[in-house]
Design a protein around this ligand. Structure first.
Ligand code: FPP
Length: 327
């Protein structure tokens, strides 16, 4: 009897759908469905505070105030959605260029957040850490951060990483220059140095969300986002809520991450009987050397002409562009 039928027979809830992770030859694990991933690292670029405030005839700082409430809503919703690490871009190293009043207001907000939220963070099992430079922060803020990190260190429900005076390029630069001469740099060691995280789970970003309608990375977690899925929302950050986070996570879970390989559906493409195998060297015959690039990037199809074949005039679609696929 199948597990599902046994569950029905015993009046038990249906067992969860089996995860569809497949193991790829050569020690390569392909995450074909995001159902597999239970503990997500989501990064957020919280954009749109200023525009939100301006549209309401308010000073920009009012947008940042409202942005803190959005941040709280998102933190509250995250664990139930399987988000166990949340990296938030609160202040970039380029944000020092903003008017002095706005910078001071942001720093004051952060200080207030640390003071007023600490009890809630402890209570909800939220571990807070801050990434970025601390030596340029206003007096006393760095030690308040260290105290908050200490008090929340045992939180396990959510790891909240707040990026402050943060630049991804500077993080890479610092990591490389801090490296001892003669020490071999690997992706693992460099990744650890860049992110400051020992645990890979907190390093690689699964999903990057940017609110506010812009579509750029703004020097946020560039190394860690190497294979992140990107989600851009038109919602201004102060209006962002649990349902927006849920929509982004649900969208992410429908995507297929191929990490440069071919996906589950493309792994064993149907054989097209009339198509000689040598036309599909990457899909059918890995030994076949590629003499020239048969993939027409404009149409996504390969034609007989492209391949120097006189016999075939109609284009035949490429089931898998294989190693030519854009990553
Ligand atoms: C970008 O919006 C937002 C920021 C630079 C600051 C984000 C800060 C918060 C949400 C609150 C403080 C955070 C903590 C952790 C307490 P923008 O001002 O660039 O918006 P705009 O593009 O509409 O001008």
């Amino acid at each position: 009897m199948r597990l599902k039928h046994l569950a029905t027979f015993l009046r038990l809830p249906n067992p969860p759908a089996p995860s569809r992770c497949i193991f790829w030859p050569g020690n390569f694990i392909m995450q074909s469905s995001l159902e597999c991933k239970k503990r997500l690292h989501v990064a957020m670029i919280m954009d749109g505070n200023g525009r939100w405030a301006t549209a309401r005839g308010l000073p920009r700082t009012a947008g940042h105030h409202a942005g803190v409430a959005a941040l709280q809503r998102v933190c509250e919703a995250a664990p139930a959605l399987g988000v166990t690490t949340l990296s938030l871009f609160a202040f970039s190293s380029d944000n020092w260029r903003r008017p002095r009043g706005e910078v001071s207001a942001l720093m004051a907000l952060l200080r207030r957040y640390l003071r007023t939220e600490i009890a809630r963070l402890v209570e909800t099992g939220t571990r807070l850490t801050v990434i970025g430079r601390r030596d340029r922060l206003p007096d006393g803020l760095a030690s308040e951060i260290a105290a908050a990190e200490g008090r929340t260190a045992s939180g396990e429900a959510l790891h909240l990483r707040v990026a402050l005076d943060y630049s991804a390029r500077d993080a890479v630069l610092r990591a490389v220059t801090a490296c001892e001469p003669g020490v071999e740099l690997t992706r693992e060691t460099l990744g650890r140095l860049i992110s400051g995280e020992h645990d890979a789970e907190h390093r690689d970003v699964d999903l990057l969300i940017r609110s506010g309608g812009e579509k750029r990375l703004s020097d946020f977690l560039l190394w860690e986002c190497a294979y992140a899925e990107l989600f851009f929302s038109d919602r201004m950050w102060p209006d962002f809520g649990a349902e927006d986070l849920a929509a982004a996570v649900n969208d992410f879970r429908k995507r297929e991450r191929r990490f440069g390989g071919v996906g589950n559906a493309r792994a064993f493409p149907p054989r097209v009987p009339s198509t000689p195998a040598h036309l599909f060297p990457t899909a059918f015959n890995l030994e076949q050397p590629l003499l020239h690039h048969p993939y027409d990037i404009n149409s996504g199809s390969v034609t007989g002409e492209d391949l120097g074949l006189k016999t075939r005039s109609a284009p035949c679609s490429v089931a898998s562009p294989g190693r030519y696929s854009s990553r």
